[in-house]
Structures are given as structure tokens and as C-alpha cells.
Design a protein around this ligand. Structure first.
Ligand SMILES: Cc1cc2nc3c(=O)[nH]c(=O)nc-3n(C[C@H](O)[C@H](O)[C@H](O)COP(=O)(O)OP(=O)(O)OC[C@H]3O[C@@H](n4cnc5c(N)ncnc54)[C@H](O)[C@@H]3O)c2cc1C
Ligand code: SF4
Ligand code: SF4
Length: 449
């Protein structure tokens, strides 16, 4: 990616969208909307001084909503170009409030609240669409209780948990424990405010709240409203301390997840959703289980699936290494349901198809290998490009020309074509580029002759 960013013959237009395409192979006209970032890309050094001081917290989609970012942000640390953008849905200035802190903090003078979208028109010979895929939303399978059970997460979320730059800095903290810890932090802030308010009353009246409350319970307030208020505040404070003590006792028992379950084919090979195999999920589950074991050698993983599709050079050996060295067990099975166990542990109810028995097993955390589904914008983009979509929702190609779409001069590669892993996507990208070069050079030769 860095090489692409630096290449003299490549112009990157990140944060942009194709709006209109006209013409034919060899001479397409493409209208692109470069969306306003409200940060001048040429001036921004990516230092992050603006982000540090921005007062607005927003759930971070890159971390699958398990952490917060600011209203001025970069999508992720190594992004190209290394610039920032303002999220106008959340920025105070764009919501009629006073702020502008980022503008004051930016030494490069890059913040520009008046920036507008720019529409550019490009003359191109060929087009390659590589818009990738979306992950299937497991909420559509109610029996897996994704969202109801905090410790049932998707593989994408798990990848963020495993990452050193992720919400837990690579530790496998369970989401249910994270919720309790953040509740403790919130309650501690309220306790702090409450303690200060009570201290003011104690100073004014020359006695402790406990002393006052004992008298209040014996004699009442005698109609003095300020004493009633003090008593209410003290009762609230006592309840708060009780709740905090219980939560802290609970938090003292927390440990990272070490008994993991992976459920394969969530939405894939399922006639209710996608009948096809998503190709890469068996391997990414094995990879994730191996990495989790590298982080903590006590980790055990059970991978539940109809079969493990380790198709590719060295893939089966990798699978065997997982079971020999990384405590992975492969269980040929169908998971029927996930239910809540003690301590927010997810319990799997499944049929072990080798034993031919229905089983129950409790885990610390369950990871769903969700299907590779066509991106939401696929149909709109197909309409703009004037190309067809196949019955599964990916761009249509033919058997003899697998990277050619239904319109001459427009090619496809990667998961916009069908589910595939990174090496295959990269190989297809090279092939699609070669097909595009054939169109462009043919036009150039025609110009010369
Ligand atoms: C949890 C998980 C773990 C995985 N781990 C591995 C692994 O370890 N190894 C491996 O080989 N594969 C792995 N994969 C598979 C890998 O993600 C895919 O093979 C790869 O991302 C496909 O690349 P792509 O470029 O086709 O699509 P994408 O990576 O999806 O890239 C498409 C890009 O196009 C952008 N886009 C979409 N629509 C538009 C539009 N209209 N205009 C402009 N831009 C648009 C998207 O924002 C995105 O940046 C994993 C997948 C998952 C779900
Ligand atoms: S102006 Fe908006 S982006 Fe800038 S610091 Fe304030 S809230 Fe954050
Ligand atoms: S790669 Fe594995 S988990 Fe993914 S759909 Fe195919 S069989 Fe199921």
C-alpha cells in the first residue's frame, strides 16, 4: 500500500465515490466526488494533535464499536494518505455548538470548516472494480443470540481484540467484563461528585453525614427541606457505595478468555442466507485460535463446523499444526443454539455428528465465522457502471473470461468477484490490471495506426 501511495503513476483518491460513468472501452468518462474532509490533505501532517484535544467521543467502527475515537480522526493508524477527517454527524461545530479546538491545536493550519466536496472528471481507458465484501450480520440467526449474549462476538471483532492497536491492546478481555469495568468507572465518577457534595454539607453543619443521618432517622427533619435533601443525598451515596463494592468484588474475579469456541459457516452454506462457501473463514478461525494460543499458552479452542476447508498450498499442514501445537480441537458438528450460562458464559448446544449425540458445552467466549456477503453498495455501483450482478449478489463474469464484467473494458477482482483470501485477491488484481492494460494499449495502437 505504501508503494502504491508513492508510485508516480498512481493517483489515490481515498474518501471518494464514483458518481457517474459514461463512454465505452478505451474512452470512459468517470465523475468522482472527492468528499470534504474539512482537513486540508496537503497540509495535514497526521500528527494527531487535533484528535488529542477534541472533546467529542464517538464509537469507533474500525474497532467494531468496542472503543471510542474522536470527532476528528483517521480511520486507522497506518492509513494512506495519513490524514484526518471531521465526522460532521458528531463534530460540535457542525451541530451548531461552539468548539473549534482542533483548529487552534493544528500547527499545520490544516482544519478548514468551509471545505466543500469536489467533483472531478477523469478520462480513463479501462475500469477495475475491487469494492470487496461485507461481513454477514449474525443477528439474522436468532438462535446464536449475538447482541443478547455479550461474549458471543464475530471473527472481525475477535481480530480487533487480538490486535495490539485494538480496544484491549491484544488482551482477550471478555466484553461482559469490559461492560462491568466501564460501569465501575462511571459510578466512581458519580461517587466522587457525591463525596464532594456531602463534604460541603458536612463542613457547613459541622458534623459527618453518618452522624447527621443517625439523628435524622431518630428525630426526622422537623420540616427542614435542606435536611431532607441531605438525607436523600446520603442514602443515594450509600446505595452507590454498595453497588460499587459488589461490582468491584465481581471484577476482582475477572480473567481473560481462555476457553474459546469458533462456529463456522455462520450465514455461509446455509440455504436461508448464502448457499456458497465463503472460502476464507475456516483458515482465519484456525489463524485466530493459533494467535490466541500464542498470546496465552493456556488457551484452548474448539472449532465447530461441518468440515474444515483447508484448501490451498500448506493449508492442511497449518490446520494439523493448530491441533498439535495450539490446543485446537476440530469438532464435526452443527451448533443448534447458544444459551446464557453462569457468569455470562455462552453455552453451546450442538449435535456432534461423529458421536451422533446432542451435547452442551460452556465457553468463555464464542467467535462466529460470519459469511462473506456482497457489499451493500454493490447494486448502486453496478447501475452506475452499467454492469450486471449474479444471483449471489457479486459482479457477474463469464466462465471463459473470469475477470471481465458484462461490459467491455470493465473488470473485477477480489471479493467483489466472489469470496477469496488475500493472496488470491492480489493475484486476481494483477490479472485484472493486465486485462485493463490490453484495452488501453489496444486503444493507443489504434490511435497510432
Ligand atoms: C475476520 C476475517 C479475517 C480474515 N483473515 C484473513 C487472513 O488472515 N488472510 C487472508 O488471506 N484473508 C483473510 N480474510 C479475508 C480477506 O479479508 C479478504 O480476502 C480480502 O479483504 C479481500 O480483499 P478485497 O480487496 O477484495 O476486499 P476488501 O478488503 O473488502 O477491500 C475493498 C475496499 O473497497 C472499499 N469500497 C467498498 N465500496 C466502495 C465504493 N463504492 N467506492 C469506493 N471504495 C469502496 C472498501 O471500503 C474496502 O476498503 C479475513 C476475513 C475476515 C472476515
Ligand atoms: S471542532 Fe469538532 S472535530 Fe474539532 S475539536 Fe471540536 S468537536 Fe472535535
Ligand atoms: S470456509 Fe469454512 S467456515 Fe467458511 S463457509 Fe466455507 S466451510 Fe464454512
Amino acid at each position: 500500500m505504501l508503494d502504491v501511495g508513492r508510485h508516480p503513476n498512481v493517483e489515490l483518491m481515498a474518501y471518494s465515490e464514483v458518481e457517474e460513468v459514461s463512454g465505452t472501452a478505451g474512452c470512459f468518462k468517470v465523475k468522482v466526488r472527492k468528499k470534504a474532509r474539512y482537513v486540508d490533505q496537503d497540509k495535514c501532517t497526521g500528527c494527531g494533535a487535533c484528535t488529542e484535544k477534541c472533546p467529542t467521543d464517538v464509537l469507533d467502527l474500525y474497532n467494531e464499536k468496542h472503543s471510542y475515537r474522536k470527532a476528528i480522526y483517521s480511520w486507522f493508524a497506518q492509513g494512506i494518505p495519513s490524514t484526518h477527517a471531521i465526522d460532521t454527524d458528531h463534530c460540535r461545530v457542525f451541530n451548531g455548538k461552539k468548539c473549534g479546538i482542533c483548529q487552534k491545536k493544528c500547527e499545520a493550519n490544516a482544519i478548514d470548516f468551509d471545505q466543500v466536496d469536489e467533483v472531478v472528471e477523469l478520462d480513463v481507458g479501462a475500469i477495475i472494480t475491487s469494492v470487496g465484501y461485507d461481513v454477514f450480520d449474525p443477528i439474522k440467526i436468532p438462535e446464536y443470540r449475538y447482541r443478547d449474549l455479550p461474549n458471543v462476538i464475530t471473527a472481525m471483532e475477535f481480530e480487533r481484540f487480538l490486535s495490539a492497536s485494538g480496544p484491549t491492546h491484544g488482551h482477550l478481555n471478555r466484553p461482559s467484563d469490559i461492560i462491568v469495568n466501564s460501569k465501575i468507572k462511571d459510578l466512581e465518577k458519580i461517587e466522587n461528585r457525591s463525596t464532594k457534595a456531602l463534604a460541603r454539607l458536612e463542613e457547613k453543619n459541622g458534623k459527618s453525614s453518618a452522624e447527621f443521618y443517625a439523628e435524622y432517622e431518630a428525630n426526622g427533619s422537623g420540616g427542614d427541606a435542606t435536611l431532607d435533601q441531605w438525607a436523600d443525598k446520603y442514602k443515594e451515596y450509600q446505595n452507590l457505595v454498595k453497588e460499587l463494592t459488589t461490582l468491584k468484588e465481581q471484577a476482582a474475579t475477572f480473567s481473560t478468555a481462555s476457553k474459546l469456541a469458533f462456529i463456522q459457516c455462520v450465514g455461509s452454506r446455509d440455504l436461508r442466507f448464502y448457499p456458497f462457501c465463503s472460502g476464507f473463514c475456516c483458515m482465519h478461525s484456525i489463524k485466530e485460535a493459533i494467535i490466541a494460543h500464542e498470546h496465552d499458552n493456556d488457551t484452548t479452542s474448539t472449532i465447530f463446523g461441518m468440515d474444515i476447508r483447508a484448501v490451498g498450498k500448506g493449508f492442511d499442514e497449518y490446520k494439523v499444526r493448530g491441533s498439535n501445537n495450539s490446543n485446537i480441537t476440530y469438532k464435526r458438528s452443527r451448533v443448534a443454539e447458544i444459551v446464557r450460562g453462569d457468569n455470562d458464559n455462552p453455552v453451546l448446544v450442538y449435535e456432534d455428528t461423529q458421536e451422533q449425540k446432542v451435547m452442551r458445552e460452556e465457553f468463555d467466549m464464542v467467535v462466529l465465522a460470519t459469511a462473506c456477503s456482497p457489499t451493500k453498495g454493490m447494486q448502486d455501483l453496478a447501475d452506475i457502471l452499467g454492469i450486471e450482478i449474479n444471483k449471489f449478489g457479486f459482479f457477474k463474469t463469464s466462465r471463459d473470461k473470469p475477470l471481465d464484467t458484462s461490459k467491455e473494458g470493465i473488470f473485477v477482482c477480489g471479493c467483489a468477484h466472489s469470496p477469496m483470501d488475500i493472496p488470491e485477491s492480489v493475484a486476481q488484481a494483477s490479472s485484472a490490471a493486465s486485462r485493463a492494460v490490453q484495452v488501453v494499449t489496444r486503444e493507443k495502437l489504434l490511435e497510432v495506426s
